[in-house]
Design a protein around this ligand. Structure first.
Ligand SMILES: O=P(O)(O)OC[C@H]1O[C@H](OP(=O)(O)OP(=O)(O)O)[C@H](O)[C@@H]1O
Ligand code: HPA
Ligand SMILES: [Mg+2]
Length: 179
């Protein structure tokens, strides 16, 4: 698995320090609002679990599974809800937790769904951002790291469901997917 990584971009220590900083900022900004924190499965599960441990305020969590990449390194452009939320977002301050914003198509779809369900506010926190690849004009409210235009894996992010368990984020060697 490690042989497939071309370059580590951010190691475990750098990621943990950033997650702590984001958790503290979000705790300040969401104090007294009991936000519904939504993990966008599968990719965001690692970030979500580390982030909420660094948030020292009352909050609730829920999960939504969406997918558009499948076995590819390019978005299919079609975002599918595989598992919906259990909770109602009506009148709630919602915090979407994403691992990465790449084309922005997943996020723009999700924001639209949650606004149509009458959330009181919709805020986005992403650990990684790949601004060079944006297909829709959209930015997160809170971003951890900006990444170069490369296909990356680790810390929740996959290629064909592999590599999610790496504790760092790294560039996947192109020969792994250019077969
Ligand atoms: O900005 P975009 O181009 O839409 O890409 C970002 C989305 O793509 C990935 O999910 P994916 O569809 O691969 O599902 P997964 O989380 O189960 O891997 C990632 O976890 C984000 O949710
Ligand atoms: O670079 C990426 N790696 C893994 N999953 C992704 N989903 C969007 N971009 C990426
Ligand atoms: Mg994926």
């Amino acid at each position: 698995m490690l042989n497939d990584i071309q370059e580590v971009l951010y190691d475990e220590g750098q990621i943990q320090a950033k997650v702590k900083e984001l958790g503290e900022t979000l705790s300040r900004d969401f104090g007294g609002r009991n936000p519904l924190v939504i993990c966008v499965l599968k990719g965001a599960f690692v970030f979500m679990s580390d982030l909420v441990k660094k948030m020292s305020i009352p909050l609730e969590i829920d999960f939504m599974a969406v997918s558009s990449y499948g076995q590819s390194t390019k978005s299919s452009g079609v975002v599918k809800i595989i598992k919906d939320l259990d909770a109602s977002v009506e009148g709630r301050d919602v915090l979407i937790v994403e691992d990465i914003i790449d084309s922005g198509l997943t996020l723009s779809y999700l924001i639209d769904v949650l606004e149509r369900r009458n959330a009181k506010s919709v805020t986005v926190a992403t650990l990684f951002d790949k601004p060079a690849r944006r297909a829709v004009d959209l930015e997160a409210d809170y971003t951890g790291f900006s990444l170069p235009d490369e296909f990356v894996v680790g810390y929740g992010l996959d290629y064909a469901e592999q590599y999610r368990n790496l504790p760092f984020i790294g560039i996947l060697k192109p020969e792994v997917y250019q077969k």
